[in-house]
Design a protein around this ligand. Structure first.
Ligand SMILES: *Cc1c(COP(=O)(O)O)cnc(C)c1O
Length: 355
């Protein structure tokens, strides 16, 4: 990993807007920090990025991504350690994943220095915006858009890469109730399920709205052929504790390779717990629940960290799990992960990047 310092032109805001924020009452995704980073791609190469005050974009209505959705994004977080230094959690993994998304969406790969060093300098400039209270962080949103002014259908030639950041409060971590979806599909072989493409989210809105009306929080997506094998919950990876093993779907082109997923697997293996990455059927989960072997279930993602699932509904079968407060694995993982992210524990895997 290179540690070159990119020469980025920085235009600072005249007066910080930080007073807009009620530090004790941060609403996720409502406030954006003082600055943003923008880089343009044209004529086959990336121009040097610029950091400037957060501002609205001025784009032609014919801009490609408005029509055809050639757009991808990432989600990263920075956490303040006890000395007030922001630590960015595993940004190299997000960088590599963004480039996998870019390739599949016929978009240019982002150079490491623009993504990593650009993010580092942006977070450093806006470090006052990284909250310090328990369970808070700065959410970092890199994204890329196709910006040709052309409504003919073809891969674009001009792109914009942007990073914005937003203070994130403690995640409202009530356990969630899950509905097993066997009508709509999130991902299928040869599709874009493994990418963070905007369209994956757009298509999930309607099915999610439907199950929310029915009183559930999130969807457990199943495969598109038999609706038999589980994939992900909502926009998170999913884990089950069956007996003394932890199981999670194996990575295919239908599963988003979560950074939190990988961190959880690593922490579990470090502790000597068996983790199986494999196909998991609804039948297996129902049988494990019946026999009392299904002990815990949780989603993982940057936004929610670890999201416990207290109930799993498949047709008429409402499977209730044991009380979340008694869970050993998910509760331990949540604390362990937080200790690494906030720099309270030695970072043996080299996961955190100091700004
Ligand atoms: C972003 C995302 C995840 C979680 O990935 P993390 O890197 O852990 O944040 C899981 N599933 C989907 C569909 C996602 O878009």
């Amino acid at each position: 990993m290179g540690s070159t310092t990119l020469d980025i032109s920085i235009k600072k805001i005249d007066k910080s807007r930080i007073e807009e924020i009620d530090a004790l009452n941060i609403n996720f995704g409502k406030h954006y920090s003082d600055h943003m980073l923008i880089a343009y791609y044209e004529n086959g190469h990336w121009n040097p990025p610029e950091i400037m005050p957060f501002h609205n974009l001025y784009l032609s209505p014919a801009t490609t991504f408005f029509h055809y959705g050639q757009a991808i994004f990432e989600g990263v977080k920075a956490y303040k350690d006890a000395n007030g230094n922001p630590l960015i959690f595993r940004p190299y993994d997000n960088w590599k994943r963004m480039n996998r998304s870019a390739l599949r969406m016929a978009m240019p790969e982002i150079p490491e220095d623009i993504f990593i060093d650009g993010m580092r300098q942006l977070v450093n400039l806006d470090k006052n915006w990284v909250p310090t209270a328990d369970d808070t962080s700065l959410y970092i949103r890199p994204f890329m858009l196709a910006i040709d002014e052309f409504i003919g259908v073809r891969p674009a030639e001009k792109f914009m890469f942007i990073i914005i950041t937003s203070p994130a409060g403690p995640y409202y971590n009530h356990p969630v109730s899950i509905y097993v979806q066997d009508k709509y599909v999130r991902a299928f072989p040869g599709g874009i399920g493994f990418t963070k493409a905007a369209g994956n989210y757009g298509m999930s809105m309607y099915p999610t709205q439907e199950i929310k009306k029915m009183g559930y929080d999130q969807i457990l997506w199943t495969d598109g052929f038999e609706h038999k094998y589980v994939q992900e919950i909502g926009t998170m990876n999913v884990f089950f504790v069956i007996g003394d093993k932890v199981v999670t779907p194996n990575i295919t082109d239908m599963i988003l390779e979560g950074v939190t997923r990988d961190s959880v697997i690593t922490l579990l293996k470090d502790k000597g717990i068996t983790v199986e990455e494999r196909l998991i059927s609804i039948d297996e989960l129902e049988a494990a629940h019946k026999s009392g072997e299904l002990k815990e279930a949780f989603g993982t993602g940057t936004a929610a960290s670890i999201a416990p699932i207290y109930a799993l509904t498949y047709h008429d079968d409402k499977m209730l799990l044991p009380p979340v407060e008694n869970w050993e694995i998910a509760n331990w993982l949540k604390k362990e992960l937080a200790d690494v992210r906030y720099g309270r524990k030695e970072d043996i895997h080299g996961w955190t990047l100091k700004v």
